[in-house]
Design a protein around this ligand. Structure first.
Ligand code: NAP
Length: 202
């Protein structure tokens, strides 16, 4: 597949890029800091651009099969980046007729996330608000979307044993970024969970 990855310089995005290439996909990494990309591969194209700019995304998106977003708010003040990027991405996808979109959100948005939920929600409230706003844009997009809500992310080794839930928080309290990437690529390849909000944990 021709995959278009947002957030490819981040923890999850790096794993997504690496595994997508290992699986034989052709990857376009649309990033603001190309110098941060560590992966080199014949099937990897690195494009510098601004995820807030729908025109730039439109030019880059032509002929892609799916957009995978592992964007996150790496700076405290960029607390609306997910929502803003969701608007520009959905706009650009509509214009280019690219229909498949998978975005990473947060398991804390499930109401039944467990006893630590309220405390975590308080500390992560800005990011949570942005993730919820992003989800709203994606859900309203009429694209073939899937929203993936993981719990705490780790940089641990892959276990390749993930649990997936619909409408409820996933049973585990964490998942490695490598396993999250693995789950996302399975979802895309199998055209699974279209129009669904799912939880994924180890
Ligand atoms: N951390 C957790 O425990 C946890 C738990 C549940 C869900 N999540 C969600 O999982 C997702 C991925 O998390 P992660 O920790 O793997 O990501 P991360 O390492 O924080 O990477 C974030 C990515 O987003 C990019 N980005 C941030 N602000 C940007 C902007 N203004 N313009 C363009 N690109 C921007 C970063 O680019 P640069 O490299 O250029 O900064 C980077 O590629 C996030 O949405 C997060 O909310 C995280």
């Amino acid at each position: 597949m021709q995959l278009f990855i947002l957030g490819a310089t981040g923890g999850t995005g790096r794993q997504l890029t690496r595994e997508a290439l290992e699986r034989g996909h052709v990857v376009t990494a649309f990033v603001r800091s190309p110098e941060k990309m560590r992966t080199q591969h014949d099937n990897l194209r690195i494009l510098k651009g601004d995820v807030k700019d729908a025109d730039q995304l439109e030019r880059a998106l032509c002929d892609k099969d799916a957009v995978l977003s592992a964007l996150g708010a790496s700076e405290p003040r960029s607390d609306r980046i997910l929502e803003t990027a969701a608007h520009s991405t959905v706009d650009a996808m509509r214009r280019t007729n690219v229909r498949r979109l998978v975005v990473v959100s947060m398991a804390l948005l499930f109401p039944d996330v467990g006893p630590l939920g309220p405390v975590l929600r308080f500390f992560l409230r800005r990011h949570l608000r942005d993730s919820a706003a992003m989800e709203k844009v994606v859900e309203g997009s009429e694209l073939d979307w899937t929203i993936v809500r993981p719990p705490r992310l780790t940089n641990g080794p892959p276990k390749e044993r993930t649990q997936t839930t619909e409408r409820h928080a996933p049973p585990g309290f964490s998942i490695s970024r490598a396993d999250l990437a693995h789950a996302i690529l399975d979802i895309v390849e199998q055209a699974a969970y279209v129009g669904k909000v799912i939880g994924v944990s180890a």
